[in-house]
Design a protein around this ligand. Structure first.
Ligand code: SME
Length: 166
C-alpha cells in the first residue's frame, strides 16, 4: 500500500480531485474493511483539500452515527430528520450549504464551520448506508466541482461495498 499521496498543492480543487481519485481507488482496492477505507479517505481528503472537517456518519440504530473523520471533535449522533447530514440522508441528494447559519436545523458541531457539503453513499440495494460530510471555515466554499469530486469518491466506496466488498 502507498504510504503517501501525491497531488499538486497549488492546483485547483478540480485538478486535485482528478489527481487523488486513482490513488483512492488503489488504496481501497487493497483493503476490504469499510472503516479502514473510510478512515484513509478522510485522511486523504483532509490532506489534499485542506477541509476544516471531513468525515463520515454511518447509518446505525435508526440514526447517523459518527464514523472516521479528520478535524475537530464532532457530534456523535444525528437524527435522520436533523441537520444537513439528515437532510442529505432523507432526500438522498448531495446538499451544498453556502452559509450554515441560513440552513434551518443546521447542527453546529463547531462554531467555526461556515459552509458545508454532504454526499449520501448508497449500498447495492440502493439504501443510504453513510454520508460524507465536509465543512469549511469559510463561507460559500463548496461548488459543483466539490459535489462531482466527492460523488466520484463516494462511488469508489460504494463499489467496495458490493458482493466482493463487505
Ligand atoms: N453540521 C452537520 C453536523 C455534522 S458536523 O458538521 C461535523 C449537520 O448539520 O448535519
Amino acid at each position: 500500500m502507498a504510504e503517501s499521496i501525491a497531488f499538486t498543492r497549488s492546483a485547483s480543487r478540480e485538478r486535485i480531485y482528478a489527481e487523488i481519485l486513482p490513488q483512492i481507488e488503489a488504496l481501497i482496492a487493497g483493503e476490504t474493511d469499510l472503516i479502514a477505507n473510510l478512515a484513509n479517505v478522510a485522511a486523504v481528503l483532509k490532506e489534499a483539500l485542506g477541509f476544516f472537517w471531513v468525515g463520515f456518519y454511518l447509518v446505525k440504530e435508526g440514526q447517523l452515527v459518527l464514523g472516521p473523520f479528520q478535524g475537530p471533535l464532532a457530534c456523535t449522533r444525528i437524527a435522520f430528520d436533523s441537520g444537513v447530514c439528515g437532510h442529505a440522508y432523507t432526500t438522498r441528494e448531495t446538499v451544498i450549504v453556502p452559509n450554515v447559519d441560513k440552513f434551518p436545523g443546521h447542527i453546529a458541531c463547531s462554531s467555526a464551520s461556515k459552509s458545508e457539503i454532504v454526499v449520501p453513499l448508497f449500498d447495492a440495494s440502493g439504501k443510504v448506508f453513510a454520508v460524507l460530510d465536509a465543512d469549511s471555515d469559510r463561507l460559500n466554499n463548496f461548488s459543483n466541482s466539490d459535489a462531482a469530486g466527492l460523488k466520484a469518491i463516494a462511488a469508489i466506496l460504494e463499489n467496495a461495498m458490493g458482493p466482493a466488498g463487505q
